[in-house]
Design a protein around this ligand. Sequence first.
Ligand SMILES: [Zn+2]
Length: 456
Amino acid sequence: MHTSIDTLTGETVELLQQLIRNQCVNDGRPESGNEQVSATLLRDEIEGLGLDHELIETEPGRTSLIARYPGTDPDAPALCLMGHTDVVPVNADGWTHDPFGGELIASSDGVLEVWGRGAVDMLNLTSSMFVAFRDVVRTGTRYPGDIVYFAVADEEAGGVLGAAPIIEHQWDVVKCDYVLTEYGGMPSVKDGATTVLLTTGEKHSAGRLLVVHGTPGHGSMPYATDNALVKAAKIVDRLVSSKVVPRIDDMFTARVKALGLSADMEARLTDPARIDDALAELPPDLARNVHSCCHATYSPNIMRSGSKSNTVPDVAKLLIDIRLLPGETQDDADAHLRAVIGPDLLPSVDIEHIRDDLNNGTALSSTETPMWGALSDAIQMAYPNASVLPSLVTGATDGRFFRQRGVPAYGAGLLSHHVTLPEFLSRFHGHDERIDVESLRLTTQLWLDVLDRLWV
Ligand SMILES: [Zn+2]
């Protein structure tokens, strides 16, 4: 028997507030993050329950917690509930309330919300997973398979001080057959039918460094010089004006349908010939997300050249953030770049791989698994007759490290009707990040309902 959902929701709210206040801000530097504070807090909360648990520190302060609650049948599949404890930095000037206050505030229409960095990415899930996990242990509820709780550091900087080394070197500690992590569970209603999207895969990175070569010269005589910066600038221009063919598949179509747009807009967004014009009519935040869900993207983000203002640079370095769709390969990215750079500039350019996510980490997790069935059934407890559909996240999550091992990983959660998908997406890494208490209740209940259905 689980504890009442009212009590558990209260625990989730309180834990979420504490995790927000811990300010485990990961700015990409190894000395940031300090997830040890939250890992220790969570460890203290399960101390005394007789659980196997381990704190793993990859760098000073970069601590993850893993706890395992054994099942009754060693052959039954194990489930890992994985939540990251780090959050991205804030610009407090853009916030209406303290981004690290973890305050519980009623909105103008009376909806209670927990405010703060991490409220949707993903301390809401990290806290509700923990509360559900602890309740199972505390009440002595037994399931056939192991349940693993994994509060992981450093997700926001690519998992290099968290999931990546732990999964690679300490697989025995985290080993499992299914993973639930961020994010999914937004209901949308159209013509009386409810659709809920869960994540089965993500785009993968193919970051490239272009080293563009030229010839040095005196800055006072630039005429007809072989300026590496000018060449790099041409490449940037060609890149941003190049066409990438959209991939309109079932998954993309389902996502578009979940946005609650007009039938005409839906039809145009799912037509390769008309999608560009349709995107231009959407609000920019939403257009960006929709565009990224059906295109490989190439974003030139850093360019460096020269050391002295009176010298024509002989080398320029251009960093491009490339995100591929599932099934696209590193070779596809290189081929597109070579075509964009063009035969005139290609001899001057070295293309170096700086981020080479394994292609096999990007396979979509199958929906033909007992885990997906349990998730769908559990979601239908809250939203009867909802269609539960697979979707894609545009950013990277730690789920990919499990998919690389062939372990299905799903992004889940369950949200109330108080927020729309476009608004929810805008809160990721954005200002005024917050989550309503009803969503925390639904998500806490979801994990328990999933556990009750996975092994039957
Ligand atoms: Zn996240």
